[in-house]
Design a protein around this ligand. Structure first.
Ligand SMILES: [Mg+2]
Length: 425
C-alpha cells in the first residue's frame, strides 16, 4: 500500500563533458584550459570543456572546420581513448550502486537511480551527497536532476548543468509550468528531429505546450510514444527503470581503417584483432556464440576505385568463446570473401546467437578443451592486468598499419588500478 502512496523519485546522474573530464584526470595541466575530444579517426568533435564551448566550438563539428579557432586559442585536442573512458564509466556506476543497487546505466556517462526510499524533503541533499562522493572517489564531476519521471528528471538535469551546486530537484514543486515553458520542444527527452518538426507545425514549441495538449490529439496525430512523453511531463511515470540488464544477443566489433588497405595480410590482421576483442568481450560476460559473420567493404564514396562489399556467416559446430577457434573461422571466411584489387575501408566481425556459457561438457569435450579454456582465462587475466594485447595471437599481427588514426591520443591504456605496476618493498 505504502508503495502506491509514496511518490516515485528518480535521479538522472550525467557526467559533465565526460571524455574531457577523463582526459583531465590524468593531466592536471589542462584542468582550466579549453579541451576537445575527437571521434574515431579524429573526425568530429564529440566532447568539449566549458571553456571550449565558450569559444563557440560546436558539438559534432568536423575537426578541420574548427581548426582555426582551435589553433588560435591553443585548445588542447585529444583522440578518443575508449578503453580509458570505459574503465572510468564502470567506476562511476559502481560508486552510484553504493546508494542504490537499482540503477539503469543509460549510456557511458548517464545513469538513472531510484531514490524513492528517501523522504521528499531530503532528496536534494542526497543528490548532493551522490555528486560529492562520485567526485571524490572517481574525480569525475556530474550533474544530477531529480523528479517523479524519467522525462522530468532529464529536464531537471538540464537545469542542474547550469547551476554551481550541480543538483536540481523538482520534487514537491506544485506547478512546473514556468519551468517547462523554458524547455524547447526539441530538448524534450524522446522528441527527435521528425517529431520536433511536426509539433512545431502544430504550434507546440516548448514542453509546457506539449504537456497541456490533449492525449487524444497526441495519440491520434503522433503515436503512443508521443503520448507517453506528455504523460511523463505531467508527472505520471510511463517509462520504467530498466535495471536488469538484459544480456546481449550479439556482439559486433567493426571499425573504419585509418587508411585504405588492399593486402589480404593486413585485412587478416585487422579481422583477427576484432575477433580477439569480441571474444574477450563475450568471455567477460560468460557467453558463448553460435555463429560468426565477417564483413568487408570499400568506401561508398570512392566509386571510381570500384565498390565492393560482402559478408558471410558460418555456424560453429559447438557454441564457443574460444579466441583461437573464432579467429580461425573468421580467417577462413575472409579467404572466401576477399577480392584482390580493391581498397578496403571497413571490416567487422559479428558474433551471434549468444547464450550463457554453462560450462557444460558434451560428447565432444575433451581434455584439450579444458586446456584451451584455461589458456583463454590466463590471456584475459594478463591483458586485464598489463593492458590490452599484451598477450595475443600471431595472426593478429604486430605492425597494425590498419589501426585507426589516433594522432592525439593520451596513450593511457587503462585507468584500472590492477594495470599499475606493483612494487614490493
Ligand atoms: Mg554527459
Amino acid at each position: 500500500m505504502s508503495s502506491i502512496l509514496r511518490t516515485r523519485k528518480l535521479a538522472l546522474v550525467d557526467c559533465n563533458s565526460f571524455y574531457v573530464s577523463c582526459e583531465r584526470l590524468f593531466n592536471p595541466r589542462i584542468r582550466k584550459k579549453p579541451v576537445v575530444v575527437l571521434s574515431n579517426n579524429d573526425g568530429c568533435i564529440i566532447s568539449r570543456s566549458n571553456e571550449a564551448k565558450a569559444l563557440g566550438i560546436k558539438m559534432g563539428e568536423p575537426y578541420f572546420k574548427a581548426k582555426d579557432i582551435i589553433v588560435k586559442n591553443k585548445v588542447e585536442v585529444f583522440s578518443s581513448n575508449y578503453s580509458l573512458y570505459g574503465d572510468l564509466s564502470r567506476r562511476v556506476m559502481r560508486t552510484l550502486k553504493r546508494f542504490n543497487e537499482e540503477i539503469e546505466v543509460y549510456s557511458i556517462d548517464e545513469a538513472f537511480i531510484d531514490l524513492s526510499n528517501f523522504p521528499d524533503t531530503e532528496v536534494e541533499k542526497v543528490g548532493k551527497e551522490i555528486r560529492d562522493t562520485v567526485l571524490q572517489w572517481t574525480g569525475i564531476p556530474t550533474s544530477i536532476g531529480i523528479a517523479k519521471t524519467k522525462t522530468l528528471s532529464k529536464v531537471a538535469n538540464h537545469i542542474a548543468k547550469k547551476k554551481q551546486s550541480g543538483v536540481t530537484s523538482l520534487i514537491g514543486i506544485e506547478n512546473l509550468d514556468p519551468i517547462l515553458e523554458k524547455v524547447e520542444i526539441n530538448d524534450v527527452w524522446g522528441v527527435g528531429r521528425q517529431l520536433t518538426k511536426f509539433y512545431q507545425k502544430n504550434g507546440i514549441y516548448n514542453a509546457k505546450q506539449l504537456k497541456n495538449k490533449s492525449n487524444t490529439w497526441i495519440k491520434k496525430s503522433s503515436n503512443v510514444l508521443g503520448s507517453r512523453t506528455a504523460m511523463e511531463l505531467r508527472g505520471i511515470p510511463c517509462i520504467n527503470l530498466e535495471t536488469t540488464q538484459a544480456k546481449r544477443k550479439s556482439c559486433v566489433v567493426s571499425r573504419s581503417f585509418g587508411k585504405r588497405i588492399e593486402k589480404f595480410q593486413e585485412l587478416k590482421e585487422a579481422v583477427a584483432n576484432y575477433c580477439l576483442n569480441a571474444s574477450e568481450k563475450i568471455r567477460s560476460e560468460s557467453l558463448v556464440a553460435k555463429a560468426i559473420t565477417i564483413f568487408v567493404r570499400t568506401s561508398p564514396f570512392q566509386r571510381n576505385f570500384g565498390y565492393y562489399s560482402n559478408a558471410k556467416t558460418i555456424d560453429f559446430p559447438i557454441a564457443t568463446n574460444n579466441s583461437i577457434e573464432i579467429v580461425k573461422t573468421a580467417i577462413s571466411i575472409l579467404e572466401k570473401i576477399f577480392k584482390n584489387g580493391y581498397q578496403y575501408q571497413k571490416a567487422g566481425v559479428m558474433l551471434t546467437g549468444l547464450r550463457n556459457d554453462d560450462g557444460r561438457k558434451n560428447l565432444f569435450s575433451s581434455e584439450k578443451d579444458e586446456k584451451i579454456s584455461s589458456l583463454m582465462r590466463s590471456i584475459d587475466n594478463t591483458n586485464y592486468r598489463y593492458g590490452r594485447s599484451t598477450l595475443s595471437l600471431a595472426s593478429a599481427g604486430v605492425q597494425k598499419k590498419w589501426n585507426m588514426r589516433r594522432q592525439y591520443s593520451s596513450k593511457i591504456d587503462t585507468a584500472d588500478f590492477f594495470a599499475l605496476p606493483r612494487i614490493k618493498i
